[in-house]
Design a protein around this ligand. Sequence first.
Ligand SMILES: [Zn+2]
Length: 310
Amino acid sequence: MKKIAAALIGALLLITQNAFAEPLLKTEKLADGVFALVGSTGGRLYENLGLNANYGVIDTPEGAILIDSGASTVAAKALESEAKKLTGKPVRWVINTGSQDHRWLGNAYFAGQGAEIIALERTVATQKRLGLSQIDALRHELKEQLDGLKIMPAAKPQAGDKASLTLGGRKLELRYFADAHFAGDIVVWLPTEKILFSGDHIYVDRLLGILAESNSETWLAAFNHAIALQPKRIVPGHGQVCDSAKAQHDSGDYLAFVVQGTKKLAEDMAGVDAAVKALGDAPAFKHLLNFSDLHKGNVSRAYLRFESGS
Ligand SMILES: [Zn+2]
């Protein structure tokens, strides 16, 4: 009897916890059949399946289009079930906006379900270069969620910097402007709806991360091209759905601050410590989440890239 009571209490606790738990991805409708899935602005966690980023779902009469596939099979299944809830249809196409883990490591799962994986050649080149090391780096956090994961970039990637697609009657453009967060990052532009899925070109609400792979100067140029499309709504790579003004402040102005500051200091051969000291205080951006964890590292990596002339 005691055992049954304990099991009942356990089950009740679980139900209550789930009822109050934040959903993994918040859904936002942007236009008829066009949805953003907004993930956490924090780090990759076992609990969030590495879905600490934003995704897109587009309904068509012939199946759902998914923008980015998550960092594992488990994450891919979570995205699949969101797409199914929103459209009632299986995912027929998966588009990769970039080559960071949570943009594409779920590809193999969707390919196994019969979906076509779509990406530009440039993006695939970076995915092939980084895939194995990404799985290694995720292992510590995602543990057995990565078991059996296969690396599967698009089998027939698109050449060039622009691909105009019509999928299930929906018009989409894949646009590459310049190397950004990662080499070969693209945006997905819906010219009819004027909706921009910016991938990691744009972060809002939280500070963006300039990584060793990132080229801050060309990223800024790519950002400016993306904004020049004059989107009505932007689904950023991270943070809430926004307009151009917010994207400009949280990503464009921040990139300009880091690029202009570090470029000048590198030309003056100031040294990385002096650069971090001079630019480490950035009051205009302090309110962004993760600022204290990321800003100084961003400055030092941007500076070192200018110093090395790469
Ligand atoms: Zn990202």
